[in-house]
Design a protein around this ligand. Structure first.
Ligand code: CMC
Length: 391
C-alpha cells in the first residue's frame, strides 16, 4: 500500500540483496565474491570462476577437478535435440536457436530443481554448464551445415568449446594455447554483472519457480538485444561499415551525437559505469596482445582506437560519461580467434552462464517472492460498452 513510485528501466531501484557481485560505477570497480576482476582475469580460469560465483568460494584443487568431471558427465545432449536443430533454417540467428534449444532442454529434464536439496542443485548446475556449452556450439555447426561434434573428455572446458566449434571429420582441431587463454579470459570477464537485463530476467522468470533451463532460456533472449549482449555483434558490424566507407570515424561520431539520427555508437555507454568499464580496459589490452601474438593485422582495431580517442575528447560523450564498454573491443578478439560475427553474442552467453546460474540459485535459496512490479495506470476512466452497430 502507499503511493507507487515508478522508475522506468529500474534506473534507481534495487530488486534484491546479493552476495555475488560488487560493482561501483563511479570508481569502475567490479568484484566477484570479493575478488577483483583484474586479479581473476589474470590468474584464474573460467571453471574456477564459475565455481566461485555459483558456490561462493574458490574451489580447492580437488573440488575443481570434481566439478570439471561432473560437468563432463552431463555433456551428452539428448539425440532428439538434433531433430529440433534440423527444423531450423540454416540462416537462423544462433542466438534464436540457442534460446529455443535451451528451452527445449526442459522437455528432457522436466523436473524443477529442489534448491534445498544440495545434491540435486549441484547436479542441475553441472548439467546446465555441460549441455549449454555443447548446444551453443551446435548453433554454429548447424548454420555451417557441418556434422555436430561431441565433448571430448580428455580436454578442458574452454578447449572443448573450440573443438566443438571447429573440429572437422577430416581435420582434427589443434588448439593454440594463446587462443584458449584469450577465450578463458573473455569468458571470465563476462561471467557476472549483478542485476543487468538478462540476469534480472533469469531471476524474474525463476521467481515464479519456473525451472532453471526455462529461466536461462529467457536470459538468452534478453541478452540478444543490441542494447545488451547483442552490442558485441553490432560493434563489429559498425566498425566494418566504417572501414568499408573509408574509415571516417568522425562522421560516425557526428551521427551518434545527432539527436535526429537513431544511430548510437555501439559499445559505448553503460547504465552503471560512469567513469570507465574495468572490463573494457582489460579487453583493450588483451586485443592488442592477442592480435600481435597471433600475427593478425586487422584494420578494424585501428578504427576502434580512433573512434574511442575521438569520442573521449568530445564534449557530447564527456558530459554524458560515455566510455567504451565490455562489448567495444571483445569482437575484435573473437574475430582474430576465427569466431564468426553472428556467434559473438553466443560467446557472451557462454561466459554469462555461471552468473545466471549463481543468481538464480541465490534467488531461490533466499526464498525471494515472485517478481511482480506495480504500475501507474494512465488509461481511460470507466466507460460504458457500446455495441458494434453503434460504434
Ligand atoms: N551513443 C550515443 N549516445 C549515447 C550512447 C551511445 N552509445 N549511449 C548513451 N547515449 C546518450 C543518450 O542518447 C542520452 O543522451 P541525452 O541525455 O541527451 O538524452 C544519454 O547518453 C544517456 O543515455 P541513456 O540511454 O539514458 O542511458 P541508459 O543507461 O538508459 O543506457 C545503454 C545505457 C548501454 C543502453 C546505452 O548507453 C547504449 O545504448 N549504448 C549502446 C549499446 C551498447 O553498447 N550496449 C552494451 C552495454 S554494456 C554490456 C551489456 O550490457 O551487454
Amino acid at each position: 500500500s502507499g503511493a507507487i513510485t515508478i522508475d522506468p528501466g529500474y534506473k534507481n531501484s534495487g530488486s534484491c540483496k546479493s552476495e555475488i557481485t560488487f560493482l561501483d560505477g563511479e570508481l569502475g570497480i567490479l568484484r566477484y565474491r570479493g575478488y577483483s576482476i583484474e586479479d581473476l582475469a589474470e590468474k584464474a580460469d573460467f571453471l574456477e570462476v564459475s565455481y566461485l560465483l555459483i558456490f561462493g568460494e574458490l574451489p580447492t584443487k580437488v573440488q575443481l577437478e570434481q566439478f570439471e568431471n561432473d560437468i563432463r558427465k552431463y555433456t551428452l545432449v539428448n539425440e532428439e535435440m538434433k531433430n529440433i536443430i534440423d527444423g531450423f533454417p540454416k540462416t537462423a540467428h544462433p542466438m534464436g536457436v540457442l534460446a529455443a534449444l535451451t528451452s527445449a532442454l526442459t522437455a528432457f529434464n522436466p523436473k524443477s530443481v529442489n534448491v534445498e536439496n544440495e545434491k540435486e542443485m549441484y547436479e542441475a548446475v553441472c548439467k546446465t554448464m555441460g549441455k549449454f556449452l555443447v548446444i551453443a556450439t551446435w548453433t554454429y555447426r548447424k548454420s555451417m551445415g557441418y556434422p555436430l561434434n561431441y565433448y571430448d573428455n580428455t580436454k578442458g572446458y574452454v578447449e572443448n568449446f573450440m573443438c566443438l566449434m571447429f573440429e572437422l571429420p577430416t581435420e582434427p582441431y589443434k588448439a593454440n594455447p594463446v587462443v584458449i587463454d584469450a577465450l578463458d579470459r573473455l569468458f571470465i570477464l563476462h561471467a557476472d554483472h549483478e542485476q543487468n537485463c538478462s540476469t534480472s530476467t533469469v531471476r524474474m522468470v525463476g521467481s515464479s519457480h519456473a525451472g532453471l533451463f526455462a529461466s536461462i532460456s529467457a536470459g538468452v533472449s534478453a541478452l540478444w538485444g543490441p542494447l545488451h549482449g547483442g552490442a558485441n555483434q553490432a560493434v563489429l558490424e559498425m566498425l566494418e561499415e566504417i572501414h568499408k566507407n573509408g574509415g571516417d570515424a568522425e562522421k560516425y561520431i557526428a551521427k551518434a551525437k545527432d539527436k535526429n539520427d537513431p544511430f548510437r555508437l555501439m559499445g559505448f555507454g553503460h547504465r552503471v559505469y560512469k567513469n570507465f568499464d574495468p572490463r573494457a580496459k582489460i579487453i583493450k589490452k588483451a586485443a592488442n596482445e592477442v592480435l600481435s601474438t597471433l600475427g593478425v593485422e586487422d584494420p578494424i582495431l585501428a578504427i576502434a582506437k580512433k573512434l574511442e580517442e575521438s569520442a573521449l575528447e568530445d564534449e557530447y560523450f564527456k558530459s554524458r560519461n560515455l566510455y567504451p564498454n565490455v562489448d567495444f573491443y571483445s569482437g575484435i578478439i573473437y574475430r582474430a580467434l576465427g569466431i564468426p560475427t553472428d556467434m559473438f553474442t553466443v560467446m557472451f552467453a557462454i561466459g554469462r552462464l555461471p552468473g545466471w546460474i549463481a543468481q538464480w540459485k541465490e534467488m531461490r535459496e533466499n526464498k525471494e517472492p515472485i517478481g511482480r512490479p506495480r504500475q501507474i495506470y494512465t488509461g481511460s476512466p470507466l466507460r460504458g460498452f457500446i455495441s458494434s452497430e453503434k460504434r
